[in-house]
Design a protein around this ligand. Structure first.
Ligand code: HEM
Length: 126
């Protein structure tokens, strides 16, 4: 039986495993090229741990606007709908590989709703 997501250590394992997959992805891997630098990757993973700790456990440890870097990114590397589908299916399969339970479920539903808002904001830019 797998455990549920309970701690920052669990979240770290989740985002690290997720990024290993994203960086190898044939469709969206090119977005994450900078993170082949392990220092940049570790720094980014800490940001993601703060983000998900806030989303799942309301830690208050992430106070930036997560939409902003994506809107900026979209200007140089336009996002497509299928990129979001791939991001989400990769996120969901990473969660399912490692965890099960209420928080694991919540992580997947929150990812879907945030991605949906992001997609709407980005498509409104055009
Ligand atoms: C097609 C989908 C996506 C792609 C290609 C993508 C790509 C990226 C990239 C390249 C960065 C680094 C940007 C930078 O440092 O300038 C980033 C940051 C981030 N992404 Fe995404 N992303 C996607 C969707 C999402 C979704 C759906 C979420 C949330 C559920 C998310 C959460 C974050 C967060 C929290 C950061 C850190 C922002 C910060 O620095 O405060 N991303 N993303």
């Amino acid at each position: 039986m797998k455990k549920d997501i309970r701690s920052r250590e669990d979240i770290y394992l989740l985002v690290k495993s997720f990024y290993v997959k994203l960086m190898q992805d044939d469709l969206i891997g090119h977005f994450f090229e900078d993170f082949s630098n392990s220092e940049l990757l570790e720094e980014h993973l800490q940001t993601l741990v703060n983000f998900w700790d806030n989303v799942l456990f309301y830690s208050g440890g992430y106070r930036k606007n997560a939409m902003e870097p994506h809107l900026k990114l979209h200007q140089s590397k336009p996002f497509r709908s299928e990129y979001f589908s791939r991001w989400l299916s990769t996120f969901n399969s990473t969660v399912d590989d490692l965890f099960e339970g209420e928080m694991a479920h919540t992580a997947k539903t929150r990812a879907l709703s945030i991605a949906t808002v992001m997609k709407i904001k980005i498509s409104n830019l055009k």
